[in-house]
Every structure is written in C-alpha cells, then in structure tokens.
Write a protein that binds this ligand. Structure first.
Ligand code: S3P
Length: 443
C-alpha cells in the first residue's frame, strides 16, 4: 500500500494557527538534556519521526526519559555518561541532523556504535562530519563517505580549530558538541553564518561558549570539560514548516492567515526577506524571546508577487525553504533567480533537481544552470503533475501547496514522508480551507 497526497485549487485560506515545534531546536534540546546533569523539561517538542529517532537513540544509550502531560523529561546522564547500547545499530531514519549531531555526542564516549539510516540518509555525505571528529580522536570504521558507519569514541578527545569547508550548522554543531567533551578549547570558524541554535542553547545549559564576528567570518569557541545543567526549554514553532502555510496564504487569492509563536532567529529569516522583496503582505507582531530564541506572530495576506534575484549569500538563512520559494515564484510575475544552491544537492533528496522537476511536471518553466535555479513565473500555474518525493518531506509539502493555487490537481507520490517533520500537515492545511487529501493505493 502507498499513500498519495492530492491537492486542488482552493478558495481563500484563513484562520489562526500554530505549527509544530522547531525541528533543529527539538533535536538539540534532547541531546543537550541527555548530556546534562539533572532533569531537562522540554515543552513543545516536535514529535515527528526525525526527532523520535534521536530520542530512541538516546534511550538505547542509557538516557532515561518520560513524557508527563506532553512535557518531555530527560534525565541527563552528563557528558561521558552514555552506555554501550545492546541494540546492534542506532537507526536515524531520514535525519541528517540526528545522525550528525549525535556523532558529535558519541565522540566523547568510550563505546562503539553503528549508525544507520534510510535510503535517503544513506546517500548523504558524512565525511564532512567524520573528518573533523577523527582529528579530535573519534575512530571511524568505514572508508565510505556515507552510512552505515561504526564509530568508537574516546574520553581523551582533543580540541581543534576548524574552518568549515561548507556552510553547515550540522557540521558546526557536531564539532562544538564534541568540543564540550574535549580537553581545552575547540574553535569552529564559519565563512558564512549558519543557524546558531547550538550556540544559544549550549550557553543556556551553562557551557562556556564565545562567538566573535570579524570581516564576515564568525568564530565560535567552546571550552571542554564544562558540565551542562538540565534546564526547562520551550520550543517555538518551526519557521521551515510555517513557510509552507505562509506561501499558501500568499498565493491563494483572498487569504488572511495568522501563525502564532514562530521562531524568528536572524539566521533563519531569508525566506521572509525574499517574500517581502517579491511583494508579499507579511506583518510581524509581538516580537519576544522564548528560551533564548526570538519568536513572533505572523500575519500573511495574499498579494501579487514579482520575480526577484535571491543572492547566494542568503542561502544558509533559508536553506530548507528553496523548494517552497521556487513554488511561490511560479505564481509571480516575472523571473526569479536563486543562486548558490550547491548544498541543496545533498539534502534529503537532490532538492535542486527535484524542485525543478516538480515545477516542470506542473507546467512551470524552470531550469538549472550550475547551482542556480531559475523559475519563470506565470499567474496561471497549470498543475496536473505527479511529483516524485524521493523520501523528501519538503518536496512533498512544497508541491502540495502548488496544487492549492494551480488550475489542475497535483498528486504527490508519497505522503508518508510528512511524518519526518510535520505529521499533521494535511489536517492543518484543511483546517484553514485548503483542498487537500491523502489517498491510499494498493499499487
Ligand atoms: C540543520 C541544518 C541544516 C538544515 C537542516 C537542519 C540543523 O543542514 O538543512 O534541516 O538543525 O543544524 P546543514 O547543516 O546540512 O546545512
């Protein structure tokens, strides 16, 4: 049996909604809670397959947790406190964040663990994380650049200074998490700033962490052997999930939608900046702080859009939003050019080609040249296409949204992928008036 998503042209979308908790912050709250002494209470954790896989891995490593009235209680074991799992492998499913951050955590433990993942995760590059962790002392039993991988950590990790060869918050975070467990100060240098949830949350848990910006470069250093203390964490709504609904309200005429309690971290706001440049009607209200992260309520009304150029330096701040920005651009007057998209090729699918293919399948003129995606907007998007997700949740959601504004229904070949980050996506879209359904098929 397989499950398809079918989305159709919809009348105006409206309502006041929230979206599930931020995926990046959810992973970090579980992992830092586990590495702390004392209890961490997490409110608003994203309960999706990616995050559950990290929680299950921590359980296998001897970290007790329980859910009381929807609040996750993690009874931290402290750095160095993981035990040798009795399960043969730790399965991270579809989650690059889960496996990469956990490799950083495992590096400081004298245990041997085999990490596996699904077909999508097993084709994604791992060497970007294992190379610096090996320099610190992690033993990696694989000559391959991909999962499965068997690693043996050590309580004698060495600090390093490391300049990231690619802009990746996952790599930065893995090194900083290992650095927490190393003798001395570990420093990561970024040429382009990536999401800084690790830095913010580690500071909140008591780590000694310092960030310096000079000549466009950021250096982040963390002192090793500092104990983390369990804290209470409130997780705001995920802006990457919100992006699909914001795009939907922008392109479906007559819409007026409010999304409450959405993370508004400056390292994640490139999508809003791009939409505003396109002419979107977005108002931010009630800016505030929640557990060390900026949060806002967002009101979005439909509007006429125009094509823009999205420069390469904006990529890290909206890396997960390109598929939905490209879909939005299909409804704009004129051409949108998105530059510097190399990293999209190594996401849950090759998102660069998957996005272009999904657009073309729905009658939109789109093309790729090197790492640039160009979309020729049209005010009447044909739709009618069958979109291949290749185990990529964001491709499924982006093209479901395209269907809400297109002339003909759009079919997505695999609805099961929504479980990765936004299990209730279809019911939330329906609750605001979107014409979307899931269809089981025996084929
Ligand atoms: C994430 C970082 C980004 C992003 C991913 C979540 C994180 O990946 O695409 O969805 O939580 O650190 P990269 O670090 O590979 O860019």
């Amino acid at each position: 049996m397989s499950i398809f998503i079918v989305s159709k042209r919809s009348d105006s979308l409206s309502g006041i909604i929230t979206v599930p908790g931020d995926k990046s912050i959810s992973h970090r709250a579980l992992i830092f809670g586990a590495l702390s002494s004392g209890t961490t209470k997490i409110h608003g954790l994203l309960v999706s397959q990616d995050v559950t896989n990290t929680a299950n891995a921590l359980t296998s490593l001897g970290v007790p947790s329980e859910i009381i009235n929807n609040t996750w209680h993690i009874n931290g074991v402290g750095t160095g406190g993981f035990i040798q799992p009795t399960t043969a492998t730790l399965d991270f499913g579809n989650s690059g964040t889960g496996v990469r951050l956990m490799l950083g955590a495992l590096a400081g433990h004298d245990i041997t663990v085999t990490c596996v993942g699904d077909k999508s995760l097993s084709r994604r590059p791992l060497q970007r994380v294992t190379a610096p962790l090996k320099q610190m002392g992690l033993t990696v039993d694989s000559s391959c650049n991909t999962l499965p991988v068997t690693v043996t950590g050590t309580t004698e990790l060495l600090p390093i200074e490391y300049t990231l060869p690619v802009p990746s918050a996952q790599v930065k975070s893995a090194i900083l998490i290992a650095g927490l467990q190393a003798r001395g100060t570990t420093c990561v240098i970024e040429n382009e700033a990536t999401r800084d949830h690790t830095e913010r949350m580690l500071r909140y848990f008591g780590a000694k962490i310092e960030t310096k910006c000079k000549n466009g470069r950021t250096s982040i250093s963390v002192d090793g052997y500092t104990e983390l203390t369990g804290r209470e964490v409130w997780i705001p709504g995920d802006p990457s999930s919100a992006a699909f609904l914001i795009a939907a309200a922008t392109i479906v005429p007559g819409s007026d939608l409010t999304l409450n309690n959405i993370l508004y971290n400056p390292t994640r706001t490139g999508f809003y900046q791009s939409l505003l440049e396109m002419g979107a009607d977005i108002t931010l209200k009630n800016k505030r702080e929640l557990g060390g992260e900026p949060v806002v309520d967002i009101r979005v009304r439909s509007s006429k859009l125009k094509g823009i150029i999205v420069p390469p330096e904006r990529a890290p701040s909206m890396i997960d939003e390109y598929p939905i920005l490209a879909v939005t651009a299909a409804f704009a007057a004129g051409t949108t050019v998105m530059q510097g998209l190399d990293e999209l090729k190594v996401k849950e699918s090759n998102r660069l080609s998957a996005t272009a293919a999904g657009l073309v399948a729905n009658g939109v003129d789109a093309n790729i040249y090197d790492a640039t995606l160009t979309v020729i907007g049209t005010q009447s998007v044909l739709g009618g296409g069958l979109v291949t997700t290749n185990l990529d949740h964001r491709i499924a959601m982006a093209f479901s949204i395209l269907g809400l504004g297109a002339l003909n229904a759009v079919t997505i070949d695999d609805g099961s992928v929504l479980a990765t980050s936004f299990p209730d996506f279809c019911s939330v879209v329906r609750s605001i008036g979107g014409n979307i359904e899931t269809v089981w098929s025996s084929s």
